[in-house]
Design a protein around this ligand. Sequence first.
Ligand code: HDD
Length: 753
Amino acid sequence: DLKQLAKETFDRIVNGLASADEPPIPGAPGPEPVSLDEPTEPREPLPPKRDQSAPATRTATGVETGAPVSARAQKETYLTTSSGVRLRDTDHSLKAGERGPTLLQDHHLREKITHFDHERIPERVVHARGAGAHGVFVGYGTADPVCRAAFLREGAETPTFVRFSTVLGSRGSADTVRDTRGFATKFYTDDGNFDLVGNNIPVFFIQDGIKFPDVIHAGKPHPDREIPQAQSAHDTFWDFVSLHTEAQHHTMWNMSDRGIPRSYRMMEGFGVHTFRVENAAGETSLVKFHWKPQLGVHSVTWEEAQLISGVDPDFHRRDLYDAIEAGAYPAWELGLQVFPDNPEQMFEGIDLLDPTKMVPEELAPVQPVGLMVLTANPTNFFAEVEQIAFHVGHLVPGIDATDDPLVQARLFSYVDTQLTRLGGPNFNQLPVNRPHTEVNDMLRDGFHQHAVHAGVAPYRPNSLDGGCPFHAGADVDGSFEHLAVRVAEGTKVRAQPASYDDHFSQARLFWLSMSGVEQEHIVRAYTFELGKCYEQVIKERQLQCLANIDPVLCEEVATGLGLPVPAPTIALVDPEPSPALSQVGEAWPPDGRTVGIVVDPDGDLSDVEDVRTAVLAAGMVPLVIAPHGGTVGEGITVQRTFATARSVEFDVLLVAGCPVPAPDALPLRDAKAGAADATELDPRVVLLIEECFRHAKVIGAWDDGGAALDAAGCSGGLGIVRGDDGAAVLAQVQEEMALHRVWDRFGGDPVSS
Ligand code: HDD
């Protein structure tokens, strides 16, 4: 029972000491002074945590040992050197006398420091900042008519590892910056690893991989000052995308709410390229891969994104970790858009080999073919999330790449970058990268070789190793062969087809498919980003691009920048909008949302525990917010204090009391002088309520909570639920939060064209 498991895990992880019989009294002296001495007894064994995703009984090269091969280190009681010798002291260097110089012969000192000196590896040149989790994929069997890949068959269960990421920022950068998000999945299938290395945006900035260094150099911090970090709001980015106009479609997605997701759990994923698949009868089709999140597609507001970057730069990483730890396992359906494999590789006038174009779902519906659920956090971030190495060339029988010039360059780039990043050619032997199937290659030696290859003939043909390894013929299950399709004939050229010349029509399609409030956000995003540029000519050139997308969008942004509105240089056509592109309007279950509950320890707390339990039972995460930590009332554990809570952490706010200012809300001298006004609401609670209101969140209040809303000046309006009974308020709040935000709260006249 997942819900029960979730509750138990939540109680253990989040509530920590909540089960103590006597709740501690805040500020009271403790019973016994706490010892500062180092523990001397062997500690308890490590808490149970899953092993890294290494095959249970196989070595790195897939040799069956019959015994568990554990990748888990740090197991025993006593400290050892790396060669397993037990150590009596790791706290003092070996010296010539207590006050004398350190001796060169101190091997342990040198080993310890040397290893530390080499702990860092180069971060990924792009997608350096990320988070990952283990999961399982189950096929529905619905892909059979088009794709024979075994992991898609009905009921086939395949372990997976997913790494989400931002693109531009360094490894320590903030999570909620405006950027594309990576969505890379490794399927450890019975036919070897399949990597789907996608993004949360279905199109890309460039049509040809040879431009990848250009777009990344433009987006990365300026080479002279190395600022700004993890931002596109700067001159070099807008310089490039306004000149290289095929980037305009992807840029439009970045400026939309897709660029600032609420959670990795609430993002779509896209394989971007068109792939070629084959069914059991040998017939081929062209497909695009989609991940559809079960929690819906949601975003934060730009103001929230900026606040979070300071308040909790690890917001998305923490969100993913906490959800999985609490048993609220995030899930995505894998879907396929299927197109006939015609020689032109076009569909409804859209060039399927042009990665700056997508195919609206209304023209080619996404057909679900399986479900992925993320069920376990990494055991060790470095070993798994940092060392995982994806590759678009990791394909399994039934799936092949196409001639899209972007994927062609990617097929080269990934191994190449990993050779440097992971220090040699044997990174596929790392536990997280190992296939869960047998490996029988003829690759040998190299840095960090972990396998002890037993044969003497790593060549073919041979007789000394009995002729092994043999080719797997077409009759052998699970053998891979590139699909034998005819390649286009022509002369060698550095050129692209005329069908790649349209750079604006799908950006316009996207704009026209947005709701009013989404268009408003796009206008504000362009205005913000261009407002951060220094060069006038860049702003003017980007306005020209916007004029070629939509006159209203262009005019609104130009007004914000205080610049003239250029006329379009192309004829604008009105495509049929694609409602599937909009995030707004669909109702979603409340699962996985975070609910803040403000309580007043001196007020009526009778409903709070029941509401907390009901929130948890509904699959959401309740966080009690009080003036101080510890517990309030009869053992209700406080997860956030007024000092640590900020509105951006919550999808919904419930206010169960009207807490007066706590001493730490005021300057110390005033508090000492007893200046707190008992009738005043704590200013940090005012800020919580105001921000939740401004960010269009549902707010519920009962008992004295109503007075708190009044004191914060957010007494009523759409999405404000007030009542006398906590359970009834929560029930209505749940209904109202189905749309995620209450955009109608602000009425007004949203931008529309
Ligand atoms: Fe890439 C990493 C996604 C185009 C070269 N890419 C990387 C990651 C993702 C993507 C999600 C992070 C993987 C991880 O978590 O380890 N990349 C994409 C998508 C693209 C794309 C969806 C276009 C459709 N990439 C692309 C091109 C090139 C690269 C055109 C080069 C020609 N990408 C790389 C890389 C990275 C990488 C430099 C950096 C770290 C790594 O590979 O392992 O090779």
